[in-house]
Design a binder for this molecule. Structure first.
Ligand code: NAG
Ligand code: NAG
Ligand code: NAG
Length: 372
């Protein structure tokens, strides 16, 4: 590890020990409902991986993080928390550190690790034009390393017991559209119809879940794709007139979600001692867009931070580019929702508070079921 990494680690440790811990303490419930939360995915759940990589896809500068617990940027692509932060607290766990942001001590990883990397896709090369990222398969490999460290430090039985009771959260796939399919990488548009491209992605995810199962993972949450056709970047790029979403892009996300849900439910029946659920972020997000007034959002298609039409042309680079208060915005930047939206989505994943998003059950029902 370089000096930079060490300095960053020191900075993060300082954050963790001060205001961070005190602001969270009150909300954490004991005992936890799961021993740990492991996160695999892209920028929707990256909590700092990309701070350590050479890439344009980074959120380690203000105004990112300005409404977070520490009011500091962490690498999260939001003004505040991301869904897995809210879910960690629901489980009674501390916020989970990023794999590259901790020193590799088992005690730092015992409540979970976040491997997610902005720009990553299911396909290895998705997002490569942005620079470095840790792809889906590489993240699973990193988890395998973590598991082996657990075995060495606590023994096989204890490690297996910990893993099989822990929750795995997988949020990935959008970059296979944004940074692969829609860019027509390797002439993919001519070679595959969306349907067969989707099938390829779903079968890759299925295989990786089976790999996790072979490592004793038994509780998995797979989230679908968000309505990215409504994101400010696409409203700008496709010349949306009055903020109408780009149907062509949303249709692809809907198809992916449909296939993924089918795959997840089928796999859940096959691996009958596992609980695998699919949570449709598209449905939950469309509910927020449609009923935005009742949720207190009055800015629905313009990002809080960015530049150009819908603030979708240039990415969020500096505090001056941001609105003064993001709490009435749905979109924080070109692609990512605000903290307020992330909280609603997390509530839906937890217990379907506003919209039923998860099939065949919510996360809360999954973790409180004793017999599985
Ligand atoms: C995709 O790229 C190929 C060449 O690599 C080109 O022939 C084809 O027209 C492109 N498709 C679209 C939709 O742009
Ligand atoms: C949204 O509401 C705030 C006050 O709550 C107001 O200042 C702002 O102008 C409104 N924005 C739009 C686009 O209506
Ligand atoms: C933003 O606005 C909301 C609602 O009007 C308010 O509760 C909140 O305190 C404001 N946040 C900041 C940082 O000013």
């Amino acid at each position: 590890m370089g000096v930079n990494v060490i300095l960053n680690l020191l900075a993060m440790c300082t954050l963790f020990s001060s205001s961070f811990a005190s602001s969270l303490k009150s909300a954490i419930t004991f005992p936890p409902l799961a021993p740990a939360l492991f996160v695999i995915g892209d920028s929707s759940v990256d909590c700092g991986t990309n701070n350590f990589l050479g890439t344009f896809a980074r959120a380690n500068h203000l105004p990112y993080g300005r409404d977070f617990d520490t009011h500091q940027p962490t690498g999260r692509f939001s003004n505040g928390r991301i869904p897995v932060d809210y879910l960690a607290m629901r489980l009674g766990l501390p916020l989970v550190p990023s794999y590259l942001g901790q020193a590799g001590d088992v005690k730092d990883m015992i409540h979970g690790v976040n491997y997610a990397s902005a720009g990553a896709g299911i396909i290895f090369s998705s997002g490569s034009e942005l620079g470095q990222h840790i792809s889906f398969a590489q993240q699973i490999q990193q988890f395998t390393d973590t598991f082996q460290q657990f075995v060495i430090s606590m023994g096989e039985d204890a490690a297996t017991n910990l893993i099989s009771n822990s929750v795995f959260y997988i949020s990935i796939g959008i970059n296979d559209y944004i940074h692969y399919y829609l860019l027509n990488v390797s002439n993919v548009d001519n070679l595959y119809l969306p349907w067969s491209f989707n099938q390829f992605l779903a079968s890759s995810v299925r295989q990786e879940i089976k790999n996790l199962y072979n490592l004793n993972v038994r509780k998995v949450v797979v989230t679908g794709l968000a309505p990215i056709g409504c994101a400010p970047q696409y409203l700008w790029q496709y010349g949306s007139e009055n903020g109408e979403c780009v149907e062509q892009i949303n249709d692809m996300a809907t198809e992916f979600n449909y296939l993924m849900r089918y795959m997840v439910i089928k796999l859940g029946r096959e691996l009958s001692d596992a609980s695998i659920i699919f949570c449709d972020v598209f449905e939950g997000s469309m509910d927020i867009l449609k009923n935005h007034q009742s949720y207190g959002f009055n800015v629905t298609n313009e990002a809080c931070c960015g530049f150009g039409n819908y603030k979708g042309w240039i990415m969020c680079l500096s505090p001056e580019m941001a609105c003064s208060n993001a709490s009435n915005h749905i979109w924080w930047d070109q692609f990512h929702p605000t903290d307020a939206v992330n909280e609603i989505l997390a509530d839906n994943i937890w217990n379907g508070r506003h919209t039923k998003m998860c099939h065949p059950m919510n996360l809360e029902d999954m973790v409180i079921r004793k017999e599985k």
